[in-house]
Design a protein around this ligand. Structure first.
Ligand code: ADP
Length: 434
C-alpha cells in the first residue's frame, strides 16, 4: 500500500508540473512550461534531500531526532530512526554478551587464549596474563614466540589435539596442562591449567602406596617364615594343619599383591632406563620355560617368530609384561588348552601376541580390563592367585615403550593380547646381518 507521504509527494509533483504546463499553454510554450515545472520540482527535491542528509548527520551525532521533516521525508526519517533504534538495541545486546563473556573468562582460573588461523594471539584472559606474563604488546604476535616450550610448540604445530598435553617446567617446579580446540576457519582456543597441586597429590598417593607395600615386605617375610616352620613341625596338631595352610596361602597372596603394587609404583614414578636392544626370541624362550613350571604340564605352550627381532627398552619391564600375559593365559585356560606366543615385525613396527583358547572375555569388559583390580569374575581371579593388577602392569610397561595393548576375545573361544610396538622401538639383534 502506498504511504500517505509518498502519495502527497506524487500529487505535489503532478500539481507543479501541471500548473507550469498550464502557464506554458497560455504563453504558447507548453513544453517550456513542463520543463520549468520539472526543473523547479527537482530543485525542491534536492533541497529536501539536503535537509534529510543534515537530519541524519545531526541525529547520528546527538542520538535523538533533531527536527521534524515534512511529507515523504517525515516517513523516510521515521524509517531511518526505527532502523537506528533497532541497531542500537542489537549493539547494546551484543555489548552485554561480550561484557558477560569477558567477566566470565576473567573469573576463570584456567588461562584462555584465542589465536587466529596463522597462530597469532588475538585475545586472552587475566589468568593467561598471570600464568604466562602476557602483555598488551603481545597481541598479534605468534603464540609460539611467547610460549616457547619445545613440547608445546610441537603439540601446537602438529594440529592433532585429541588428548591434552602436560608440561613440567623445572625452573618454576610447575606442571601445566594444555588443551586446544579449533573453531571457525582454523582459529584455535587454547585452555591452560596449572595442575601442579594435582600432580603433587598424585605423587603423594604413589609414594604412599609404594612405601606401605615396601614396609609390608619385612613383616610378611617373617610371618611366612614362621608359618612354613609351623607347617613342617610334626608337633602341629591335626586340627591346626588346615588353618596354618590357609594362613600360608593368604600371606602368599598379600606378598604377591605388595610385590605387584611396588612394581606398579616403580613403573609410574621411576625414570625410564636408558633403552637397550633386547633380543625378543631368547626373552620369550625364557618366559615360556617359567610358564611351563606355572602350568605344571597342564597346557600346550608354543612360541614362534622373527628370530632376529629386537626391541629397544627395558628387559626387566618387558619380561614382567609378557610373563603376566602368559600366566593369565594359563590361569584362564582349561587343562590341555593351547597357548601361543607369536612375535614379529609388521607394517606399523612389531608385535608380541599371546593367544589362548581359554574362557574368553565378554567384549563389554575389554575397555576396563587394564584398570587396577578390575576383574571379570572376581572369585575365579582370586582362586587362580591373581592380584587384579597384572594387566595394569602390562599397560604401564607398554606406555613406557610407546607401545599399546590390543585385546580381542570371544567368550568361550579364547583371547588374544597383542603388544604393538612402534617402528621407532624396533631394531635387530646385534648378531643379525640386517
Ligand atoms: P588378575 O590378577 O585378576 O588376573 P589381571 O589384571 O591380570 O588380573 O586381569 C584382569 C582380568 O582380566 C582378570 O580378572 C580376568 O577376568 C581377565 N583376563 C585377563 N587375561 C585373561 C585371559 N587370557 N582370558 C580370559 N580372561 C582374562
Amino acid at each position: 500500500m502506498m504511504r500517505s507521504g509518498f502519495k502527497a509527494e506524487v500529487w505535489r509533483c503532478l500539481a507543479v508540473v501541471a500548473a507550469c504546463a498550464l502557464i506554458g499553454l497560455f504563453c504558447g510554450r507548453t513544453a517550456v512550461g513542463i520543463a520549468l515545472g520539472c526543473a523547479g520540482y527537482l530543485l525542491w527535491l534536492f533541497t529536501r534531500i539536503y535537509q534529510l542528509e543534515k537530519w541524519i548527520n545531526l541525529t547520528r551525532r546527538n542520538g535523538t531526532p533533531q527536527q521534524d521533516l515534512p511529507g515523504l521525508w517525515a516517513d523516510v526519517s521515521y524509517d531511518i530512526q526505527r532502523l537506528i533504534n533497532r541497531h542500537d538495541k542489537e549493539k547494546a545486546r551484543l555489548q552485554g554478551i561480550v561484557q558477560r563473556v569477558q567477566e566470565m573468562t576473567a573469573a576463570l582460573t584456567d588461562a584462555v587464549i584465542l589465536v587466529d588461523r596463522k597462530g597469532n594471539m588475538e585475545w586472552w584472559n587475566q589468568a593467561a596474563e598471570r600464568l604466562f606474563g602476557f602483555r598488551k604488546v603481545d597481541a598479534g604476535h605468534k603464540l609460539t614466540n611467547v610460549i616457547r616450550h619445545p613440547n608445546f610448540v610441537q603439540y601446537f604445530e602438529q594440529k592433532i589435539y585429541a588428548s591434552p598435553l602436560q608440561i613440567s617446567l623445572w625452573q618454576t617446579d610447575q606442571h601445566l596442562e594444555f588443551q586446544i580446540h579449533t573453531y571457525g576457519e582454523g582459529a584455535r582456543v587454547i585452555i591452560a591449567r596449572d595442575i601442579t597441586r594435582l600432580i603433587k597429590l598424585e605423587q603423594i598417593r604413589k609414594d604412599f602406596v609404594a612405601n606401605v607395600s615396601h614396609e609390608l615386605r619385612t613383616p610378611l617375610t617373617v610371618i611366612r617364615g614362621y608359618l612354613e616352620t609351623l607347617a613342617e613341625s610334626p608337633q602341629l596338631p591335626v586340627a591346626w594343619q588346615k588353618i596354618v595352610q590357609q594362613m600360608e596361602q593368604q600371606t602368599q597372596r598379600i606378598t604377591l599383591l605388595s610385590n605387584d603394587l611396588i612394581t606398579l609404583a616403580k613403573l609410574e614414578t621411576d625414570q625410564k632406563e636408558a633403552p637397550k636392544a633386547i633380543a625378543v626370541a631368547p626373552l620369550i624362550d625364557s618366559i615360556m620355560a617359567d610358564a611351563k613350571a606355572v602350568s605344571g604340564g597342564h597346557h600346550e605352550l608354543r612360541s614362534q617368530g622373527d628370530e632376529d627381532l629386537a626391541l629397544l627398552g627395558s628387559e626387566r619391564e618387558l619380561r614382567s609384561a609378557i610373563s603376566n600375559l602368559v600366566v593369565n593365559a594359563i590361569n584362564y585356560s582349561p587343562n590341555g588348552g593351547l597357548i601361543e606366543v607369536i612375535y614379529g615385525r609388521d607394517k606399523d613396527g612389531a608385535a608380541i601376541t599371546v593367544r589362548d583358547q581359554g574362557i574368553g572375555i565378554d567384549p563389554k569388559h575389554i575397555p576396563r580390563l587394564t584398570e587396577r583390580f578390575y576383574r571379570v569374575d572376581p572369585s575365579r581371579s582370586v582362586a587362580s592367585g591373581g592380584t587384579g593388577l597384572g594387566l595394569a602392569i602390562v599397560k604401564h610397561v607398554l606406555l613406557r615403550h610407546n607401545a599399546e595393548l590390543v585385546i580381542t576375545s570371544k567368550l568361550g573361544k579364547g583371547s588374544e593380547f597383542s603388544c604393538r610396538f612402534p617402528a621407532s622401538t624396533v631394531t635387530y639383534t646385534p648378531f643379525s646381518d640386517a
